[in-house]
Design a protein. Sequence first.
Length: 322
Amino acid sequence: MPTNMLQTYTVIGIKEDVDDKIYRVTPEETPFISSIGRKSVDATNPEWLRDSLRAPGANAAIEGADATYAAQTQPERLSNRTQIIQDTLSVTGTTDRVSKYGRAKETNRLLAKKAVELKKDVEYAAIANGAFVAGAAATAREMRGLYGWVATNRETGAGAGAAPVIATNTAPVAGTLRAFTEDLLKSLVLKVYNSGGKGEILMVSPSHKQKASTFTGNVQRTNEVTNKSGVLQTSFSVYGHDYGNTKVVPNRVMVGATAGLRSTAYLYDAEQCKLGVLRPFRSDELAKVGDAVNHQILTEVTLQVNEEKALGAIADLTITGS
């Protein structure tokens, strides 16, 4: 190498080459709360009523007989609790003012980011919570999620596994883990149908979605060639059964360590669930402390399940489904 050749390693003042964008691939989807409706609630413990028909039976009256009167049942009152889901941020005036790559103001970037994060926290609570927490002066309220609502149609693992008791706000008890099988799914579909549900959506973790795609039903799986390169079909998105079709939806929020997330598959009708909104998402600027702007972003919501008998759950599944 020639003497005194100037190389970049010793050059002073080379400009940085930084892409003026910020990239993010973290999943943002919230399949459950995005599939159900919204309703406004006006209390921290909203309530609703459910009723049921008696079982059919033999019914024949004697001509001209006097009327007799059977005992009548009253509707059952159900309730949940609203949960405050929030986050905060504090950014100095200098931080917002200096020139930065990928954003003009750090405050705006963080507000938008935290809104997405909190929406995923709502999804997490609406699925994973096993019982509501009434709350107190030093205790946060928590909603009961799907994990604690599905009691009637529940495939539970052996051992100590037990369904939740809604009347006493008792959370389910995890049982022995087992593989996710088509026989379990068929059994659940039948239970939900007999209870009056339609089983429109099967919501599963990503690994359980892969497992579900191996189910064969009563048909022979084939390769579908759609063009010269060919497409090997290794999955399906709709599971057809004797009582209709069920859309199979993977949920990437359902990968956490909580049993209600990682080890349960849910069969539900979207019309039976509502996200009760006491306070929609809002961002408030808090009192200024020194040379900084402070914000709190929050929402207060709950999960209303009109009739849990229309829902189903396969609990106590191994994480991989096998």
